[in-house]
Write a protein that binds this ligand. Structure first.
Ligand code: IPD
Ligand code: CA
Ligand code: CA
Ligand code: CA
Length: 283
């Protein structure tokens, strides 16, 4: 195999610095009552001033620390680089929790590379990218999840390992819902069918933390349809490096269509269930 041309440990260190700095800004700058700055795809798809400030900080610090890299962020889109590395950032993952003062939100920072020969002027995609490093920082409780490709995953320095395999009926399953009403209707129908088949369902509100919860054993399984690249880039690497399988349906990789994460030996039953519900392709 050809040696990795990028220093994965250095990328992990940078991801950690960025996620913590942005997380501190957002946490310490939180007003008593957060205001909705604007709405996006629907009235409940909101952005706050802090989402924008966090992404500004991430972009400014990356320009200082890694000026040749590209960046893809939720609030300001894609700016290409020349090095082949692209930073995929979610300045606040769990904005609705942040708005309401609930603890489950994070800053998610990942470094990815596209396939060999991929044009640098196009944003990398989860179907074809290789994630090299990821950091998910949850400022409300100070936890930082880190992963480097081939280096394992940690929570505040302690190695992470997914739960042992177990049957679906004993599995605690996390999921999430998109912001569009039509999608939610279909997602609700699937949850209604799944709930009697599992231990219980959790909707924590940050996809990045959901994936890290699979890594730490706080969830057995997680699935969500409609995730954006920045929702899953760092968390999926943390889960994988802790021993999870992260996949889409019908042999596809995880992407906007579907993201499923869990221990091999546990995840198959959920994948089979979700594949059998593929008729609900609007979900
Ligand atoms: C959202 C969160 C949520 C998930 C949504 C995402 P945002 O991200 O990750 O848990 O269910 O699909 O859009 O908008 O808070 O960055
Ligand atoms: Ca958002
Ligand atoms: Ca997000
Ligand atoms: Ca966000």
């Amino acid at each position: 195999s050809t040696p990795e041309p990028h220093d994965v440990s250095a990328l992990v260190a940078t991801a950690q610095i960025l996620a913590r700095e942005a997380g501190s800004l957002v946490h310490e700058g939180r007003p008593a009552r957060v205001r909705v700055h604007a709405t996006k795809s629907s009235p409940v798809d909101v952005v706050t001033a802090m989402d924008l400030a966090s992404e500004e900080l991430l972009r400014r610090r990356l320009a200082e620390l890694r000026p040749d890299d590209g960046i893809l962020g939720e609030e300001q889109g894609f700016v290409p680089g020349t090095s082949g590395v692209t930073w995929v950032v979610d300045p606040i993952d769990g904005t609705v929790n942040y708005l309401y003062g609930l603890a489950s939100w994070s800053v998610s920072v990942a470094a990815v590379v596209g396939p060999p020969g991929a044009p640098l002027d196009r944003a990398p995609e989860p179907q074809t990218w290789t994630a090299l490093a990821g950091a998910v920082h949850a400022p409300a409780d100070g936890r930082t999840f880190l992963a480097g490709r081939g280096l394992g995953a940690t929570l505040d320095g302690e190695p992470l390992r997914v739960n042992e395999p177990k049957p679906l009926e004993l599995s605690l399953v996390g999921t999430g819902f998109g912001y569009l009403v039509e999608r939610r209707r279909a997602q609700a129908a699937i949850v209604a069918e799944l709930l009697p088949l599992v231990r219980d369902i959790r909707r924590l509100g940050s996809a990045a933390l959901d994936l890290c919860a699979v890594a730490s054993g706080a969830l057995d399984l997680y699935y969500e349809r409609g995730l954006a690249p920045w929702d899953q880039a760092a968390g999926a690497l943390v889960a994988q490096e802790a021993g999870a399988l992260v996949t889409g349906l019908h042999g596809r990789r995880a992407d906007h269509e579907m993201t499923v994460a869990g221990t091999p030996g546990t995840i198959e039953a959920l994948v089979t269930f979700l594949e059998s519900r593929k008729a609900d392709s609007t979900a």
